[in-house]
Design a protein around this ligand. Structure first.
Ligand SMILES: N=c1c2ncn([C@@H]3O[C@H](COP(=O)(O)OP(=O)(O)OP(=O)(O)O)[C@@H](O)[C@H]3O)c2ncn1[C@@H]1O[C@H](COP(=O)(O)O)[C@@H](O)[C@H]1O
Length: 109
């Protein structure tokens, strides 16, 4: 699984210097962070709507598709800021075994 994220991260970084006429990712990098963040907002909304529809219908295919769009645009934002997917994987790995309730309590002390 993380191989796919790693390979995608490499492609997203390469696309920073690619031709915006032939690459969607290059277009996003070219338009800048605000455009990328706007896309994340749109994709988050679409993922929420798809999840609510899935709850009603039992068909999760759209929520998987929209979540992929959300992850993809989030990775473009990270790449635009010079970060790879590995940084997020490392952060999630760091959290293994750490209860969310305990972690929140430790921040409130
Ligand atoms: N995983 C993706 C991926 N997921 C979604 N998308 C694109 O994200 C776009 C956003 O979807 P929308 O429905 O919002 O599209 P839209 O309505 O045209 O958006 P607007 O411009 O109108 O706001 C679509 O054009 C999708 O094709 C992706 N584009 C690229 N990738 C990966 O990135 C690689 C590099 O892509 P290029 O830079 O285009 O070569 C590809 O080989 C893929 O691996």
């Amino acid at each position: 699984m993380s191989d796919v994220l790693q390979q995608l991260g490499d492609i997203l970084a390469e696309r920073r210097d690619a031709d915006p006429d032939t690459s969607y990712v290059a277009q996003l990098h070219h338009k800048g962070l605000n455009k990328i963040l706007e896309k994340i907002g749109e994709e988050a909304t679409e993922a929420i709507i798809a999840a609510k529809d899935a709850e009603r219908s039992g068909d999760v295919s759209d929520v998987v598709y929209e979540t992929a769009d959300l992850w993809f645009h989030s990775l473009v934002a990270l790449s635009h800021l010079g970060q790879s997917p590995q940084a997020v994987i490392d952060e999630l790995a760091r959290r293994f075994g750490m209860s969310g309730i305990e972690e929140k309590a430790s921040r409130q002390k």
